[in-house]
Design a protein around this ligand. Structure first.
Ligand code: TPP
Length: 558
């Protein structure tokens, strides 16, 4: 067989069931190898960015590696944003790119781009394959690297002559990479010291990040919190690490976190960071962050330890494994005054939907969706105000059910990632919560969503503004609204219909629930729910960038 067939065979042998992509000249052999292949679904997207976000959403929702394919040059460069998105959030994605033939490399050939060079800083690893015989091994290694240790995207670049070259396919049984050993021996001494700190603490708080979701450590976190009554706040990517219906959940912390989570972190004497990386959206002004606290940092990646905050005790290892060994050493405890104090904050600063004034408020829309789905749907967000409203008001009950571009903050992510999630989890309803700005960045993926009958429900928070930027301009730039008015926009209902999808316009608060109910009945095509929301709603609480909890705004300043 030729290299391209060996590639596809390798993917199938690695358990890959679906690929998202878009072909071009240098990828034709790869697409030819996909032709009539029944054991590998091949979803034709309309833009490579859509393909890579779909692969990412598939990976986040299923826990498997998401695979995308693009051609050389512009096809490959269109993947960069999606690879950077996956890289920042540690998501296992495998990108396969066609490349010009090996003899044309480095000659500014037609549609040549040095994609391994370009993606070096945004991939966990990348390969340029020069010999077809290497393909099965490279694919096995790429899948292994993407999914083990701290996961991340891997790119495999394949020149067309390599795709066309004849090779004998030899399945790869075992991967052995000399310079890469993701398994870490956990140091028992470190665990013991962590347990001692927890047992000695009076005001501990758990700060759980995306690493908890990735390692599948939710049960352990819940167990630890149940037996000690230590409350848990999560990052955006940690949502679902503990059920947000749990009395021990404090919701999200950070810039747009709940006030009670931020107060708890501010006043705690021990911060137990698990699979989290002290992102600046979490810490704000570093010198003021958790300034009364000792810090335990548990993470699989040694490079994260001390990167931003120097911990008093660190444990390097997979969160699930570390917690499994830590829990027996931690003393159970009853609720304390500290719990009562946090409960007081939780009442005092409770999240409230705005009162009904005839306008649709995004908080109420999300609250309604949360109630109706009981936290059991897959929620994918785009980036902007709606993302933060969703993080605050949607109560996620389990891991891998809240997907969002946290690290890179990529507008245009939500809808295609929702397609990937729906393809990976066909039995769950998928809601892509998007702003009218971000949705317009990747709405071309409506076509494959219809073609493949993917029933993603697009919850369009239509404020006719680039809302989050407008909010910053309002609060910090003297209301000089420059470059944020996007009222020149399509009629989204007609747009949906032009594609053959369903469009529903919601203009009054009383219509919200019915619209969701209607959308849930549609199981074979996407729906755009065009919510005409209050134009100048702001996300609060907000701690301005680089500041501390003392500067937190809980309401619009007068
Ligand atoms: C690709 C990209 N470009 C620009 C930004 C900067 N940005 C962050 S939020 C935002 C506004 C988003 O507007 P919209 O999608 O309408 O959502 P809203 O904030 O109104 O909910 C912008 C422009 C970004 N995050 N990503």
């Amino acid at each position: 067989m030729n290299g391209a067939n060996a590639l596809i065979r390798s993917l199938v042998d690695q358990g890959v069931e679906v690929v998202f992509g878009l072909p071009g000249g240098q990828a034709i052999p790869i697409y030819d190898a996909l032709y009539e292949r029944e054991d590998l679904r091949n979803l034709l997207m309309r833009h490579e960015q859509g393909a890579v976000h779909a692969a990412d959403g598939y990976a986040r929702a299923t826990g498997k590696v998401g695979v995308c394919i693009a051609t050389s040059g512009p096809g490959a460069t269109n993947l960069v944003t999606g690879l950077a998105t996956a890289y920042m959030d540690s998501i296992p994605v495998l990108a396969i790119t066609g490349q010009v033939k090996t003899t044309a490399l480095g000659k500014d050939s037609f549609q040549e781009a040095d994609i391994t060079g370009i993606t070096l800083p945004v991939t966990k690893h990348n390969f340029l394959v020069k010999n077809a015989d290497d393909l099965p091994r490279v694919i096995a290694e790429a899948m292994y690297i993407a999914s083990t240790g701290r996961p991340g995207p891997v790119l495999v670049d394949i020149p067309i002559d390599v795709s066309l070259a004849e090779t004998d396919y030899k399945p790869v049984k075992e991967v052995n990479i000399r310079s890469y050993s993701p398994h870490i021996e956990i140091n028992d001494e470190d665990i013991k010291r962590a347990a001692e700190l927890i047992n000695a603490s009076e005001r501990p708080v758990i700060y759980a990040g995306g690493g908890v979701v990735l390692s599948g450590a939710s049960e352990e976190i819940t167990k630890l919190s149940d037996m000690t009554h230590i409350l848990v706040t999560t990052t955006l990517l940690g949502k679902g690490a503990i059920s947000e219906y749990s009395p021990h959940s404090l919701g999200m912390l950070g810039m747009h976190g709940t006030a009670y989570a931020n107060h708890a972190v501010d006043q705690c004497d021990l911060l137990i960071a698990i699979g989290a990386r002290f992102d600046d959206r979490v810490t704000g002004k570093l010198a003021a962050f958790a300034k009364r606290a000792k810090v335990i940092h548990i993470d699989i990646d040694p490079a994260e330890i001390g990167k931003t905050v120097a911990p008093d005790v660190s444990v390097i290892g997979d969160c699930k494994e570390v917690l499994t060994r830590l829990i027996p050493m931690v003393n159970p405890r009853q609720e304390t005054d500290w719990n009562k104090k946090i409960m007081q904050w939780r009442t005092e600063f409770a999240l409230k939907c705005p009162a009904d004034d005839g306008e649709i408020h995004p908080q109420c829309v999300i609250d309604c969706l949360s109630e109706m789905t009981k936290g059991e749907a897959i929620i994918v967000t785009d980036v902007g105000q709606h993302q933060m409203f969703t993080a605050l008001y949607y109560k996620t009950t389990s891991p891998k059910r809240f997907l969002s571009s946290g690290g890179l903050g990529t507008m245009g992510y939500g809808f295609p990632a929702g397609i990937g999630a729906a393809v990976g989890c066909p039995d769950l309803p998928v809601f892509a919560i998007c702003g009218d700005g971000g949705f317009q960045m990747t709405l071309q993926e409506l076509a494959p969503a219809l073609e493949y009958k993917v029933p993603v429900k697009i919850v369009l928070m239509n404020n006719r503004y680039l809302g989050m930027v407008r909010q910053w301009q309002e609060l910090f730039w003297n209301r000089r609204y420059s470059g944020v008015d996007i009222s020149y926009q399509p009629d989204f209902k007609l747009l949906a219909e032009a594609y053959g999808a369903v469009g529903i316009v919601i203009e009054k608060p009383g219509e919200v629930k019915d619209a969701f109910a209607r959308s849930l009945e549609i199981k074979d095509k996407p729906v755009i729910l065009d919510f005409h929301i209050a134009r100048e709603e702001n996300v609060f609480p907000m701690i301005p960038a680089g500041q501390s909890i003392e500067e937190m705004m809980v309401n619009r300043p007068r």
